[in-house]
Design a protein around this ligand. Structure first.
Ligand code: N01
Length: 542
């Protein structure tokens, strides 16, 4: 550490929903000296990067995918559609940053290249690619659960000379598809959102599909002013409901499949399909994610819808998913299956006809050649753990996270790691981040971190560090929840199964409300599961 080292109470990495709220709360509500760093050129995190055509919120719709803590903010921001498009989410986050004067404390286009814990000083030191060194007692990693792009490694892919874009790294300048033959690899949320938009403009779109996916109609629509006003009027109750129901703002139906006939159940599925969104999963019958027979019935209902929508029966069969619906992230679309009725869209089933190689201008599968001008990689992310490993902080004894997480992503509460005192993750492995409405989940996680920081300060403590025992029991706790469901039956990014060689481990917490109760309980028990060290240097505590 040199004299030019900038000194802070807290360093935040990332300025998406989580990082911005952390900066606001810790600086303005707690009076701490805080600095945020972001490699991007502006705020927004995932919404800054994922600018592909068709990108929209597919969680509970507007105005719920937003900060919930400030009624003034809720009242002043006008949401226009039920499924907010990427540009509108980004505009909202830019507004938030300006409204709370956050920009002056964020260093953009600045990558944190190393982060190391100093045991003596009980502080973190970071270095940036701008040549700066900074130190803080606390390091908050708001680095995004879906950030590190998964790039396929097909033979010759680097020889392809046409335009090539990953959906998670989409260019800021408009990409034109007009007159172009576009190949799209990947049919997760990003592929299914972008393919219908690309097809409207391109000469031809060839979709290379590895796993057929279920997708439900999003039924995006303009959000009428009176509907928005009604949400605002009931905001406290709706927020309470989100806290209680894993991020879902509305009452859910408690219906039991065993109490209904097959015809009655089918009528319910029809009604919820028409409603759109994820109602089919959460409002049909209790136990869809647990009961194999019930899940199969709902899965078959959706397969029937795909057969109805897609006119060519051969293409429809290729699109038929065969895993338990919902065990891969549920996708909401605006006309995805309908897109296969267009003359300019064709589908290649990679199971029957795998990609053999790329050349300068073509994709060669086992039995065919597909000349393309542009390649769109909608191939997803090294989710949840990838962005922490990308940062690769060094904790006690200089042990890197890569060494610690070689075989398993051990952590406590999805937020802290044994051997890494005073480091907090937002939406880390084992947190409900990707299952709970993200902005609210981020707010509640940051509030808990802030309380922990206050507790240390009030008690003359210099550091908090999870114990390995706490990590082990946390691992058992979250796996017991996941193992009681159908999620582990499927190869998904939830299980780390999308990345070759990645340890197979369930990466989330399926019961968001219970998760936040556990955080509260840990705090009430004076940070049970943590070792709290006295501050070594007088006044070192923030
Ligand atoms: O990524 P994915 P995504 N060869 O991993 C395929 C969030 N999100 O970017 O299923 C061929 O879901 C892969 O195939 P398979 C949301 O949480 C939110 O679409 O692994 N194919 C799959 O089809 C989402 O879940 C929003 O067999 C390959 C696809 O690529 C998460 O981000 C919008 C391949 C990847 O699907 C990730 O979604 C978008 C290969 N080598 C995303 N490698 C909004 O709310 C991968 N695939 C706005």
């Amino acid at each position: 550490m040199t004299d030019s080292t900038e000194q802070y109470d807290v360093i935040i990495i990332g300025s998406g929903f989580s990082g911005l709220y952390a900066l606001y709360h810790l600086r303005d509500k707690m009076g701490l000296k805080v600095r945020a760093f972001d490699g991007a050129g502006g705020v927004g995190g995932t919404w800054w990067y994922n600018r592909y055509p068709g990108a929209r919120v597919d969680a509970p719709s507007s105005p719920f995918y937003a900060y919930t803590f400030s009624k003034e903010l809720v009242d002043e921001w006008e949401w226009k559609e039920t499924q907010t498009p990427q540009a509108a989410v980004l505009a909202y986050l830019e507004h938030f940053a300006e409204r709370f004067d956050l920009l002056k404390d964020i260093r953009f286009e600045t990558w944190v290249t190393s982060a190391e814990y100093n045991e003596e000083a009980q502080r973190w030191t970071i270095q940036t690619d701008a040549g700066k060194t900074a130190s803080a007692q606390f390091l908050i990693c708001a680095v995004g659960a879906l950030f590190v792009a998964n790039m396929p490694d097909y033979p010759g892919i680097d020889d392809f000379t046409g335009e090539c874009y990953h959906t998670g790294r989409w260019p800021h300048d408009k990409v034109s598809f007009a007159g172009k033959r576009v190949g799209v690899i990947g049919t997760g949320s990003s592929g299914i959102q972008s393919i219908p938009e690309i097809a409207k403009e391109a000469e031809h779109v060839t979709v290379f599909q590895r796993t057929p996916q279920y997708s439900l109609p999003a039924r995006n629509r303009p959000l009428p002013a009176d509907e928005l006003a009604a949400y605002r009027a009931e905001w406290d109750e709706l927020r309470m409901s989100m806290c209680k129901r894993g991020g879902w703002p509305f009452e859910t139906k408690r219906r039991y499949a065993s109490e209904a006939s097959a015809e009655e159940r089918h009528a319910v599925y029809e009604e919820l399909w028409e409603t759109g969104g994820i109602h089919l999963l959460i409002n049909s019958y209790a136990g869809v994610m647990v009961d194999k027979d019930l899940n199969e019935e709902v899965s078959e209902f959706v397969r029937g819808k795909i057969r109805e929508i897609v006119e060519d029966p051969v293409t429809a069969e290729k699109l038929m998913p065969d895993y338990y619906i919902g065990t891969k992230r549920m996708i909401l679309d605006n006309g995805y299956f309908e897109t296969y009725n267009r003359d300019n869209v064709s589908l290649v089933d990679l199971h029957e006809n795998p990609i053999a190689k790329f050349t300068e201008s073509s994709v060669h599968t086992k039995s065919s050649e597909h000349p393309i001008d542009m390649l769109v990689l909608a191939t997803g992310f090294d989710a949840v753990s990838g962005s922490m490993l990308n940062l690769n902080p060094k904790g006690r004894g200089g042990i890197s996270l890569e060494e610690k997480w070689g075989g398993r992503f051990d952590n406590y509460l999805g937020a802290t790691i044994a051997g890494y005192p005073n480091l907090f993750m937002i939406h880390g492995p084992g947190s409900p981040g990707v299952f709970f409405t993200m902005p609210l989940g981020a707010e509640r996680t940051v509030d808990w971190i802030a309380n922990c920081i206050s507790y240390l300060s009030e008690n003359g403590l210099g550091s908090a560090e999870a114990t390995q025992d706490a990590e082990a029991s946390w691992d058992r706790e979250i796996n017991a929840i996941a193992d009681a469901t159908l999620y582990p039956e499927t190869n998904s990014w939830y299980m780390g199964a999308n990345i070759p060689g990645k340890p197979r481990q369930f990466l989330g917490h399926l019961r968001g409300s219970q998760y936040f109760d556990r955080l509260t309980e840990v705090a009430e028990k004076d940070y049970e599961g943590f070792v709290l060290e006295p501050a070594r240097i007088r006044g070192a505590s923030a």
